[in-house]
Design a protein around this ligand. Structure first.
Ligand code: ZN
Length: 185
C-alpha cells in the first residue's frame, strides 16, 4: 500500500516535471523565433546562394562583390564622377554613400569620408596580401565594397575607398524637382 502510494507520487511528479519542461522548451522556441523574425525585419538582410548571385550580377560585379576582388585603379566609372546624388550597393540597392562626402583622394578609387549611416556599412578585419586592412561590406547583402583607411580628410579622418563596380548611382531627386520648378517659371 505504501509502496503503491509512493509509486503514484513519483509518477505524478514525473508527469508534472515533463509538462513543465515541454512548456519551457516550447516557450523558448517561440521567443527564439520572434527574435529572429524581428532581426530580419530590422536588417532586411539579402541572402542569396552563390548561384543566385552569379545569375543576377555581371561577372565583373560577382568577382568584386562576392569574391572580394579589386578593380584596377583609375579605371572605375565613378572615380571622377561628380554628379550630386546617392551611391547605392550594386548587389542589393541599399543606399551607401552621398556625393556630399565624396572627395578626390588621388588613390584611383572613389573615396568618401563617411557612409550615409554607420549601419549601412559593415567592417571586417582583412589580413590578406601581407597587410592589415579593414574591409568594408554592404550591411544588407554582405557585398564587398573596398576598404576603410585612417588617412581621410576632416571631419572623420576616414577614407572609405570603394570599387566603382560595387556601386550604382542615383541622381539626387530634389535636383530634378527644382529644375522642373525653374522650367515652369
Ligand atoms: Zn548590398
Amino acid at each position: 500500500m505504501i509502496v503503491g502510494l509512493v509509486g503514484t507520487a513519483v509518477v505524478k511528479f514525473m508527469v508534472v516535471n515533463t509538462a513543465i519542461m515541454i512548456f519551457l522548451a516550447a516557450s523558448s522556441m517561440i521567443f527564439a523565433q520572434d527574435g529572429n523574425l524581428q532581426k530580419n525585419i530590422m536588417n532586411e538582410s539579402v541572402v542569396k546562394s552563390e548561384e543566385e548571385w552569379q545569375g543576377c550580377l555581371t561577372s565583373e560585379e560577382y568577382s568584386i562583390l562576392r569574391e572580394k576582388g579589386t578593380e584596377m585603379a583609375f579605371t572605375g566609372k565613378y572615380y571622377k564622377h561628380s554628379e550630386e546624388g546617392v551611391y547605392t550597393c550594386a548587389g542589393c540597392g541599399q543606399e551607401l554613400f552621398s556625393s556630399d562626402t565624396k572627395y578626390d583622394s588621388g588613390s584611383g578609387w572613389p573615396s568618401f569620408w563617411q557612409p550615409i549611416s554607420k549601419e549601412k556599412v559593415a567592417t571586417e578585419k582583412d589580413n590578406s596580401l601581407f597587410m592589415q586592412r579593414t574591409e568594408i561590406l554592404c550591411s544588407r547583402c554582405g557585398g564587398h565594397l573596398g576598404h576603410v583607411f585612417n588617412d581621410g580628410p576632416r571631419p572623420t579622418g576616414l577614407r572609405y575607398c570603394v570599387n566603382s563596380i560595387s556601386l550604382d548611382f542615383e541622381l539626387r531627386k530634389n535636383e530634378t524637382v527644382s529644375k522642373q520648378e525653374n522650367d515652369s517659371k
